[in-house]
Write a protein that binds this ligand. Structure first.
Ligand SMILES: NC(=O)c1ccc[n+]([C@@H]2O[C@H](COP(=O)([O-])OP(=O)(O)OC[C@H]3O[C@@H](n4cnc5c(N)ncnc54)[C@H](OP(=O)(O)O)[C@@H]3O)[C@@H](O)[C@H]2O)c1
Length: 249
């Protein structure tokens, strides 16, 4: 099957393109590097030529809520319109578990815009809502790092390996559209501070971590069990320890 991966050069996108090709599918990696600008729609019609299913894993670095919402609204509108012109039969969106419970986070607000547009749109769809990736600890420390110190909030999560996210996206995309959201998570719960410390130690990075809900973009409304998957979530196999063992030292 010919499948377009929107954001195919990013962290999830690269693994998704690899998983599609390993499964014998024809993967089209779509991003600015391939001449497509999702914000304007430029290049999308050519990129979707002959495509039967689309997996949207694009992202924005914006942190301002209105800017994030504008990005995801524009890219989803341009993408769904181009899919309709191309006769695409299945739109698969990667979202995040718990976006409806966390209203103050700018990125989550953008993901809610995407989810609403996809589920109200004309293209048959499936939304895959994943928990945080194992890379999340290092990512958060990177946002708040100041010299040898970084602030990391003590989030309770059930994170997942990106390879497992990619495998699920491919399995879903080549199947029939479900018209609903499914959740995916890793096998164990973790505390973000502990996960970050173990990741940075494995990489030989000496950073003093300060556990706090203040001084970063992840607010205290993310405390408790709001980020944990629901009862019906699919549980992937790769553990944090498996993932950590594969990190460059
Ligand atoms: N981090 C987590 O723990 C987590 C958990 C669950 C779900 N997610 C979701 O996973 C998704 C993917 O995240 P990621 O870390 O893989 O993102 P990423 O590495 O930042 O990749 C983003 C991709 O989007 C493309 N892109 C950005 N702006 C574009 C534009 N205007 N036109 C065309 N392409 C554009 C980028 O390529 P170019 O720069 O070449 O354009 C790149 O391929 C996000 O939607 C995020 O919400 C993340």
């Amino acid at each position: 099957m010919r499948v377009a991966v929107i954001g195919g050069t990013g962290l999830v996108g690269r693994h998704t393109v690899d998983a599609l090709r390993a499964g014998g599918h024809d993967a089209v990696a779509v991003s600015r590097r391939s001449g497509v600008d999702l914000s304007t729609g430029e290049g999308l019609d050519a990129a979707l030529d002959g495509v039967e299913a689309v997996i949207d894993v694009c992202n924005t670095n914006a942190t301002d809520r209105a800017e994030v919402e504008r990005f995801f609204a524009a890219e989803t509108e341009n993408l769904l319109a181009a899919e309709q012109r191309a006769g695409v039969g299945h739109h698969v969106l990667l979202s995040i578990a718990g976006v409806d419970s966390v209203t103050g986070n700018a990125h989550y607000a953008g993901k809610r815009v995407q989810q609403a547009m996809v589920s109200d749109g004309a293209i048959p769809w499936t939304i895959v809502a994943a928990t945080q990736f194992y890379e999340f600890g290092a990512m958060v420390a990177g946002w708040t790092r100041d010299g040898d110190r970084a602030v990391v909030p003590p989030l309770l999560m059930q994170p997942i390996a990106v390879v497992d996210v990619a495998a699920t996206l491919v399995e879903v995309a080549v199947g029939r559209p479900l018209g609903r959201l499914i959740e995916i998570a890793g096998p164990d719960t973790h505390d973000l501070v502990d996960m970050t410390r173990r990741t940075l130690t494995a990489r030989g990075d000496q950073v003093r971590l300060v556990a706090s809900w203040r001084g970063g973009p992840l607010g205290v409304e993310m405390a408790g069990e709001v980020l944990l998957p629901g009862d019906g979530a699919r549980i992937a196999a790769t553990t944090f320890e498996d993932w950590l063992a594969g990190q460059p030292g």
